[in-house]
Design a protein around this ligand. Structure first.
Ligand code: SME
Length: 163
């Protein structure tokens, strides 16, 4: 069943994440393959929040200098993003979550879709290295805030326990 949650206030968003966390934990803990886990986590988040695009880019490719498209939900997307490029490559380079309230105001934003208006990118760490990023796009401006950052970083940690 596909559903979309409209948020009236921050509490509702927090409650949705709180309800999702045990499900995500159970899903991921039952499977050791990280690509399978990324696929299910993208599906769960996408359905719960009705995001425009929800997915992962993995650090792979030539000399581990590129992010390559991984499991996702939503319209087709760019397949390769170099280190330091776009919001995804910037989050990888900085090693921290990047919240973009208005993608048009982010210099170097890579527009995979003209529908995307705001974005959050969360790095996933393993053994001191960023091994992937979780990237979420919204059709609305100012969708992502500290609440998303807190919960999505927890989800990134859960995923990072699998290979
Ligand atoms: N906007 C991203 C590219 C990936 S798509 O949003 C799916 C970026 O600037 O890195």
């Amino acid at each position: 069943m596909y559903f979309c949650t409209i948020f009236d206030d921050m509490e509702t968003k927090r409650e949705t994440y709180e309800a999702l966390m045990p499900q995500i934990e159970a899903l991921v803990n039952g499977e050791t393959d990280s690509i399978a886990n990324m696929a299910n986590v993208a599906a769960v988040l996408h359905a719960a929040f009705g995001f425009w695009w929800t997915g992962f880019y993995r650090v792979t490719g030539e000399g581990l200098q590129e992010l390559v498209l991984g499991p996702f939900q939503g319209p087709m997307a760019c397949t390769r993003i170099p280190y330091g490029k776009g919001v995804c490559g910037t989050a990888w380079q900085r090693g921290e979550t990047v919240i973009v309230p208005d993608v048009h105001a982010f210099a170097g934003h890579i527009a995979c879709s003209s529908e995307s208006k705001s974005e959050i990118v969360v790095p996933i760490w393993q053994d001191g290295e960023v091994i992937a990023v979780l990237d979420i796009d919204s059709k609305d401006y100012n969708t992502f805030d500290e609440t998303d950052k807190i919960y999505l970083e927890q989800i990134a940690k859960i995923i990072s326990k699998t290979r």
